[in-house]
Design a protein around this ligand. Structure first.
Ligand code: C6P
Length: 414
């Protein structure tokens, strides 16, 4: 047995793959190899079944009706809130706000917290590794409040320069907003240290957990962060759902983000009083079905175990990185010491789009382009990269196929 293709992990990958119907198909005549997991990962049967069961069995609006279906739907929706509380280890269940995902969660904080707590000449710090969703909301808030946006520079390997960050912090810093793991490079950021330093100057910290939720253990109390954002669709759950975790004492001081049903206690034409947490931030009929099914995604992850998932994905990453770096015209982009299972690369003389398209003809799905991190690409002097991102259902055989395909495409285009 080739020692490189042996799987020492305790996970039964074949059994796991059997739970993902979408993986068992041909794309362009070849078996699908799905390496675009950082964009969205695939859904196990139990998540898909939960959606069907909800719509076939107890579709009803929540928190409003007193009939049986409404009570059943409300219970299922609130069960997910408790699961997500455990998933991130929040102290209070009302610290879990359902949103459409990370983008909405960050916008909620930038808009609501920013409206009250940002003043002229204050500073917001983000890093050079951020996704547009963790840049643009802060640009908007800073513009409105005449505050300043500061960027922590990154090193060649794709790590945050902590010395510069330390010097950037001051009494003017009000908010630090950083991703837990980079979507383009895979870098895992030292968030505990970043949070501690920010708190020393009295700033609050938001962590964008989009790329961490499916891969890393999340403990908001141990991290000490003030806000933590998650998208369901990047952790085996449905699209259009996610959470904002926020410390209760901060959420209580923040004004509502949107007005409408559910977020009110009492409305007259003269004055409206707002609902308690978490409902103050959940205006309108929420995305009930997807939140309900998210619970099954949490169960899926818990059943496998985050440690086991991380161990296996790290193996896949190490295997892919080793093979990719052995191809002479391939340059790896993003070589931080601590990474989630994301590997970006460029190929000398071949545009990333061309490589992506040619891989697609061989049934291999990767992402190409700037990955919604244009400032990061500019810093690296690149227009874009090819990005392969791995999940627990991927195999080393699939990576072998990727490597073989890249070699053939290089030879063909030479
Ligand atoms: N990154 C990618 O292919 P939403 O779209 O709200 O679920 O997540 C936005 C987002 C925010 N932060 C990070 C670090 C992200 O990776 C993403 C989504 C996808 O990399 C789609 S652009």
């Amino acid at each position: 047995m080739n020692p490189l293709t042996a799987i020492p992990s305790s996970l039964d990958i074949k059994k796991i793959r059997d739970q993902f119907p979408v993986l068992h198909q041909r794309v362009n005549g070849k078996p699908l190899i799905y390496f675009d997991n950082a964009a969205t990962n695939q859904k196990p049967k139990q998540v898909i079944n939960a959606l069907v069961e909800y719509y076939q069995g107890y579709n009803a609006n929540i928190h409003r009706g007193i009939h049986t279906l409404a009570e059943q739907a409300t219970k299922a929706y609130e069960t997910t809130r408790h699961s997500m509380q455990k998933f991130v280890n929040a102290e209070h269940v009302e610290e879990i706000i359902f949103t459409r995902g990370v983008t909405e969660s960050i916008n909620l904080v930038a808009s609501s917290y920013g409206r009250v707590f940002l003043k002229e000449n204050d500073e917001v710090i983000i890093s050079g590794l951020e996704h547009h969703s963790n840049i643009v909301p802060w640009q908007m808030a800073c513009e409105e409040k005449k505050a300043k946006l500061k960027i922590i520079p990154i090193t060649e390997s794709g790590e945050i320069n902590l010395d510069v960050y330390q010097n950037q912090l001051s009494a003017r810093t009000k908010i630090v907003s950083i991703n837990h793991a980079s979507n383009s490079l895979g870098t895992i950021n030292p968030i505990k240290k970043i949070i501690k330093l920010a708190h020393e100057v009295g700033a609050v910290v938001l962590i964008d957990g989009a790329q961490a939720a499916a891969h890393l253990k999340i403990d908001v109390q141990a991290f000490g962060c003030d806000f933590y954002c998650i998208s369901s669709h990047k952790m085996y759950g449905p699209t259009g759902a996610g959470i904002l975790y926020g410390k209760k004492e901060l959420l209580e001081k923040m004004p509502p983000y949107m007005g409408g049903g559910e977020m009110i206690k009492d409305v007259t034409f003269e004055k409206t009083t707002y609902n308690d947490l978490p409902y103050k931030f959940e205006a309108g009929t929420p995305n009930i079905a997807d939140v309900v099914a998210l619970n099954e995604a949490v169960n899926f992850i818990n059943e496998l175990g985050k440690d086991q998932i991380a161990e296996y994905e790290n193996e896949l990453l190490a295997y892919a990185t080793k093979q990719l770096s052995a191809i002479p015209s391939v340059k790896l982009i993003g070589t931080a010491k601590e990474k989630v299972a994301v590997q970006s690369f460029i190929i000398e003389g071949i545009h990333h789009f061309d490589m992506g398209q040619m891989l697609d003809t061989r049934g291999i799905a990767v992402r190409t382009g700037h990955h919604c991190t244009q400032p990061l690409m500019e810093r690296l002097g690149l227009e874009g990269t090819v990005r392969a991102s791995f999940s627990v259902y991927n195999t080393k055989e699939e990576i072998d196929e990727l490597i073989e395909s890249i070699k053939r495409i290089i030879n063909f285009l030479k």
